[in-house]
Design a protein around this ligand. Structure first.
Ligand code: ADP
Length: 482
C-alpha cells in the first residue's frame, strides 16, 4: 500500500454512471521503478462502458441546463481539491508512472490549471450576431455543448491528459466517459473521487478502466457518444478516426510527434543546452513534445555537444521518490527496447555514442541518459519518435537546409529553435510546419495556450480559449417575420 495521507483516493473501483463499481476481473498496476504490484483496478468491458455512456446521456440535460456560473463553481471546487491533494496525487502518479516526484507535483499543478482555466472560460462561451441579407430577418449564432463525450488517455501524463479534456467538456455543459491507460489508472480514479467530492453530479463524469479493445471500441462505436477525444499514438488515433466515422463523431486527436530542436550559430548556447535538457529529458523523454532531433549548426556543434554532455552527466537517474532524481524508469521494457533499437541502428550507420547508450545499472526499465553525435536523416531516430532519454545530434550549415530537414516528417506537433537574429526568428517560426513553435525555450505547454498539432500529429486544440470549441457545436437561428 502507498503511504497516502488520504487512502480513500485509491478506491479500487471505477465510477460508472454515479456508482462505484468493482470488477470480477482485475488489472494489476505495477511500479515501473521496482516491478512490484502496487494495486489493482477493475478490468471492465463493453457492458459497463455502455452503462457509463447511458448514464452520461441521462445526466446531460440537467448538467447543460445549469448556468455557466454554476458549472464554473463546481469546476473551481474540483481545482481546489486537486491542489489540496497535490502531494497524495503526486505520490500515486510517481508510483504507477515512474516520473520523479517533483515532476509529478508539477504535473498535478499543470493538470489542475486546466480545471481552473476552464472553470473561468465556462462563463465566456460567446456567440455572434450577423447582419441579415433580408430586412425582416435577424441572424443569431449560439454555441451549444456537443453532448456525451469520450476521452481515451495515455500513461505519460496520467492527470493532465484527463483534465485537459474533462475541463473544457464539463465547462461547456457536456458529460464525459474517460478511459485512462491501463498502466496508470490510479491517478485517474483519484481524480474521479475528487470530482465527486467537488459536486460533479452523478453520471456527468465516469472513469472506466479496462481493456483498450473492449472499452475503446464501445466508446468509438456507441451512437450516443457525440465526440471522442484521444491522446496517444498516431497508429491508434488512425484506427479510432476510422471507427468513429461510422457514427460521424467529432474527434480531437493529440497524436505522435517528432520534434526538431534547432540550435543556430547565433544562439545563446547555455540557454539552448538548458532548453534541450528540459525538452529532451523531462519524463525520461516520454512526452509527445520532447525534442526528438537536435539540429546544431556546424560552427557551434562541438561546443554545444560538450556543454550538453556535461549537463547530462549531472542528471541523476533513480526511483522517482528519491530526492534529487531527475530521470526515472521508462514505462516498461518495450519502451527500453525501442531506445536500444534506435541507438543500434544509428551506430550501425555511423553515429557515435557521446555519453550513455546502455540500460542503467539500476536494472528494471532504467536507461542511461544518452547523446549520439553524427546522426543523419537516414537513421531511424530521424523518422520515429524515440520516447526515451536519447538526444541525437545532427549537423547543418544553412537555414534552408535545416528547415527542410525539420519539416521532412509526417508529424507536426512541437518544434523548437534557438536564435537571436530577428529576421531569422520570424522566417523560421513561419516556415516550420508545426502546431507549436518554441523560440528560445524548451517548455511550451501551459493552460492558456492552444496545444495541438498539424499533419499526422492530430486534429483540434486543447487548452486556451480555443480549447472549448472542440466541445461545442454551432447553432444558427434565423428569426424571420420581424
Ligand atoms: P502509447 O504508445 O502512449 O501507449 P497508445 O495509443 O497505445 O499509446 O495508448 C493510448 C491510449 O489508447 C491508452 O489508453 C490505450 O489503452 C488506448 N488504446 C490502445 N489501443 C487502443 C484501441 N485499439 N482502441 C482504443 N483505445 C486504445
Amino acid at each position: 500500500m502507498l503511504p497516502l495521507k488520504d487512502p480513500s483516493l485509491l478506491p479500487g473501483q471505477c465510477l460508472v454512471a454515479g456508482q462505484w463499481v468493482s470488477g470480477t476481473a482485475l488489472i494489476e498496476v505495477t511500479n515501473p521503478a521496482t516491478g512490484a504490484v502496487i494495486a489493482s483496478v477493475p478490468r471492465l468491458g463493453a457492458a459497463e462502458t455502455r452503462q457509463a455512456i447511458e448514464g452520461a446521456h441521462r445526466a446531460w440535460p440537467a448538467w447543460r441546463a445549469r448556468t455557466a456560473k454554476e458549472r464554473s463553481a463546481v469546476l473551481a471546487q474540483w481545482y481546489t481539491l486537486i491542489m489540496a491533494n497535490q502531494d497524495n496525487l503526486a505520490l500515486i502518479m510517481t508510483s504507477e508512472q515512474g516520473k520523479p516526484l517533483a515532476e509529478a507535483r508539477g504535473e498535478i499543478a499543470y493538470a489542475a490549471s486546466f480545471i481552473q482555466w476552464f472553470s473561468e472560460e465556462a462563463k465566456r462561451v460567446y456567440g455572434d450576431t450577423i447582419p441579415a441579407p433580408v430586412a425582416s430577418q435577424r441572424i443569431v449564432v449560439t454555441k451549444e455543448p456537443i453532448g456525451v463525450c469520450a476521452a481515451i488517455t495515455p500513461w505519460n501524463f496520467p492527470a493532465a491528459m484527463i483534465t485537459r479534456k474533462a475541463g473544457p467538456a464539463l465547462a461547456a455543459g457536456c458529460t464525459m466517459v474517460v478511459k485512462p491507460a491501463s498502466q496508470t489508472p490510479l491517478t485517474a480514479l483519484a481524480l474521479a473521487v475528487l470530482a465527486e467530492r467537488a459536486g460533479v453530479p452523478a453520471g456527468v463524469l465516469s472513469v472506466v478502466t479496462g481493456s483498450a479493445r473492449d472499452v475503446g471500441d464501445e466508446l468509438a462505436d456507441n451512437p450516443l457518444v457525440r465526440k471522442l477525444s484521444f491522446t496517444g499514438s498516431t497508429e491508434v488515433g488512425r484506427q479510432l478516426m476510422a471507427r468513429t466515422a461510422a457514427t460521424v463523431k467529432k474527434v480531437s486527436m493529440e497524436l505522435g510527434g517528432n520534434a526538431p530542436f534547432i540550435v543556430f550559430d547565433d544562439a545563446d548556447l547555455d540557454a539552448a543546452v538548458e532548453g534541450a535538457i528540459v525538452s529532451k529529458y523531462r519524463n525520461a523523454g516520454q512526452t509527445c513534445v520532447c525534442a526528438n532531433r537536435l539540429y546544431v549548426h556546424s560552427k557551434v556543434y562541438d561546443a554545444f555537444a560538450a556543454k550538453l554532455a556535461s549537463a547530462v552527466a549531472q542528471l541523476k537517474v533513480g526511483t522517482g521518490v528519491d530526492a534529487d532524481v531527475r530521470i526515472g524508469p521508462l514505462i516498461d521494457d518495450k519502451a527500453v527496447q525501442k531506445v536500444e533499437q534506435h541507438i543500434e541502428d544509428a551506430v550501425s550507420k555511423g553515429a557515435k555514442v557521446l555519453t550513455g547508450g546502455r540500460r542503467h545499472a539500476l536494472g528494471q526499465s532504467f536507461f542511461e541518459p544518452t547523446i549520439l553525435s553524427g546522426v543523419t536523416q537516414d537513421m531511424l531516430v530521424a523518422r520515429e519518435e524515440t520516447f526515451g532519454p536519447l538526444a541525437p545530434l545532427f549537423r547543418f550549415d544553412t537555414e534552408d537546409e535545416v528547415v527542410a530537414m525539420a519539416n521532412d516528417t509526417e508529424f507536426g506537433l512541437a518544434s523548437y529553435f534557438y536564435a537571436r537574429d530577428l529576421g531569422r526568428v520570424w522566417r523560421v517560426a513561419e516556415r516550420l510546419e508545426y502546431g507549436m513553435v518554441g523560440v528560445n525555450t524548451g517548455l511550451i505547454s501551459n493552460e492558456v495556450a492552444p496545444f495541438g498539432g498539424v499533419k499526422q500529429s492530430g486534429i483540434g486544440r486543447e487548452g486556451s480559449h480555443l480549447g472549448m470549441d472542440d466541445y461545442l457545436v454551432i447553432k444558427y437561428i434565423n428569426m424571420a417575420g420581424i
